[in-house]
Ligand binder design. Structure first.
Ligand SMILES: [Zn+2]
Length: 402
């Protein structure tokens, strides 16, 4: 099966050089190349050699190349790195959203609706759905997107979800521990045994990461630790849905197990902030979830002030955050989570890369992947200054203009 808009099937540019000139303001995220943490350059140019960045500097000094593109004064930045999404799903939760916006509280139980629809969906429908939302994200400037299983919740459907995800992206996460499977409603311990045993055996070959929803109504601290430890023993690296709906042990377990990321981080105490700031675990904030559930905003300020690494991501999923838009998340983070525009743009690019433990994406410096987004605006600040406006003008992914 061919999936033309997918990551794995998309060709990388080879053998030809391209220069993009007259970039009014370029975010490189390399402080050695320009001003501040964003490594900001004015009137910049970028050279791609195939699928890699070969050169970054002033337009006046740009070398000769095979192709030349004039950015005509647009702003440029690295392609967004969306390190948290749930794209392998069937069905739709419009009715639940509508009910919630009419006054009913969100609970983790709505996931069961999507589990039933995902199990009933064909492989072709699931492939088409993943490709559709990756293409939608790409049009909004996202050039790397992690995605998870978690709507199968039995051995066969979890492994199927991961096989499908892996056809579209390299960043695949096993989330058999999303909620206790409805098949084990009366036997949560039995479900943990399944996740850490036969399900892990079937899923580990198709994933890079293992994740668990550590939350009241999902998995407690001991269960989360057991699941993540079993995954580590099979070569998967942990990431954790932590402290989303209540304060709990998720962040501390993430740090203890050297998880790449603790995701959500809405309900933190001082010890959680200190633990994150003194670890290599990234705090990934997902403002689409708070927006779509009318929940309390995470506060990025104490995390940033303590020195934690903060990423922004969409959490794109049909239940609690059905947006694929990183620009929307940047605008929310600036408006409601006390991030500066510079911090939010860094967190949506270099921060996402850190949450995936990648150094080849999220930056524009010689040797990194040729992933560049141009905006119909003179500055990256416009991503927050002009919320809801489709500013993304052109996107290059692996040196190919999408
Ligand atoms: Zn999630």
């Amino acid at each position: 099966m061919n999936h033309p808009s997918s990551a794995a099937a998309e060709p990388a540019a080879t053998g030809r050089t391209t220069v993009i000139t007259n970039i009014a303001s370029l975010v490189t995220n390399d402080p050695s190349l320009g001003e501040g943490p964003l490594g900001l350059l004015q009137d910049a140019a970028v050279v791609f050699d195939g699928d890699r960045v070969a050169w970054v500097g002033p337009t006046s000094k740009a070398p000769a190349t095979d192709n030349r593109v004039d950015a005509e004064g647009r702003a440029g930045l690295p392609g967004f790195v969306d390190s948290h999404s749930h794209l392998v799903f069937g069905g739709d939760r419009t009715a639940e959203f509508n009910a919630r916006m009419s006054g009913r509280a969100y609970s983790a139980g709505g996931i069961r609706t999507t589990v039933a629809a995902t199990r009933a969906a064909s492989d072709e429908d699931l492939h088409a759905n993943v490709a559709k939302y990756l293409a939608e994200a790409l049009r909004q400037g996202t050039t790397t997107m992690e995605t998870k299983s978690g709507y199968g919740l039995n051995v066969e459907d979890e492994a199927r979800a991961l096989r499908i995800a892996a056809a579209h992206t390299d960043e695949v996460t096993f989330l058999g521990a999303h909620i206790v499977s409805p098949d084990y409603a009366d036997d949560p311990a039995g479900y943990v045994d399944l996740v850490t045993g036969p399900m892990l055996d079937a899923c580990a070959p198709h994933a890079r990461w293992i994740d668990v929803f550590c939350e009241q109504g999902a998995f407690d601290g001991d269960q989360a630790r057991a699941i993540l430890t079993a995954g580590k023993a099979r070569g998967l690296h942990p990431r954790v849905h932590a402290n989303q709906l209540h304060h709990g042990p998720g962040v501390q377990i993430a740090v203890e197990l050297d998880a790449a990321s603790a995701d959500h981080c809405t309900h933190l105490d001082a010890a959680d902030i200190d633990a994150l700031a003194n670890s290599s675990t990234v705090a990934t904030l997902l403002p689409g979830a708070e927006f779509s559930t009318r929940a309390r905003w995470p506060d990025a300020r104490p995390l940033l002030d303590a020195g934690a690494t903060v990423a922004l991501s969409t959490d794109c999923n049909p239940g609690s955050s059905f947006t694929s838009s990183m620009p929307f998340c940047i605008a929310l983070a600036v408006r409601d989570m006390k991030m500066t525009p510079d911090e939010a743009v860094w967190s949506a690019t270099a921060g996402g890369a850190a949450a995936l433990r990648r150094t080849d994406i999220g930056r524009l410096t010689p040797g990194t992947r040729a992933d560049l987004t141009l905006l119909d605006a003179p500055s990256h600040v416009h991503l927050a200054y002009r919320p809801g406006v489709p500013l993304v003008s052109r996107v290059w992914r692996r040196g190919v203009c999408a």
